[in-house]
Design a protein around this ligand. Sequence first.
Ligand code: FES
Ligand code: FES
Length: 232
Amino acid sequence: MGDEDGRRPRRTSRNSGRNPSSRGVSRRDFLKIGGIAASVPLVGTKLAGAAGTDPAVLGPGKVPVALTINGRRYSAELEPRVTLLDALRNSFDLTGAKRVCDRGTCGACTVLMDGKAVYSCSVLAIEAQRHQITTVEGLGDPGKLHPVQKAFWDNDAQQCGFCTPGFVVATKAFLDHTPNPTPEQVRKGLCGNLCRCGTYVGVRAAALQAVGVGGSPGKRGAAAEEGGRRNG
Ligand code: FES
Ligand code: FES
């Protein structure tokens, strides 16, 4: 009797004399299933069903997605492939998080998920359901800046500003976790964000100022006031 490939089964001293069906899924079957499942995710339901689980398959069409962002509920019909970043920007008009690399490298899209910094370009919107999402819009506003935002302002920690929302959110997450950091810890803690304008010195000074251990508080504010007096 041949196997599924039409070849004679090889007998070894370990399985000779046993009924193959009594061993359940053979090692060969297991390797086949594992290889297929890894390369063809869409057949996962059938394979997983054979293993006793039956996960729901969503998409490829739009499905209802409900998110809690900055304490408010947002809902939309989205394809399951839509990232949290695209949902924020394109469906909910929250454009603070920026799309730059779109592949989890630069940090411009950083948001908080349950207080933890994540690259929103690398999280699916459907995965973000049942989590608390905080974007830079949820930290403060021009009339009432978050201490980290004020520290960025005070320390001139931006030039073009495109990376700044991601840096602000990442800095908040870092300081929440490390409230009394050394300069070296700040450097390492913010290494997941890139700034093409090279404002790293200002960003690190802002992080230290925000927790009261350094920075240049009031530097920019004082300069603005001075300019105002001169112009006035
Ligand atoms: S846009 Fe998400 S990490 Fe760069
Ligand atoms: S301020 Fe321009 S990329 Fe950072």
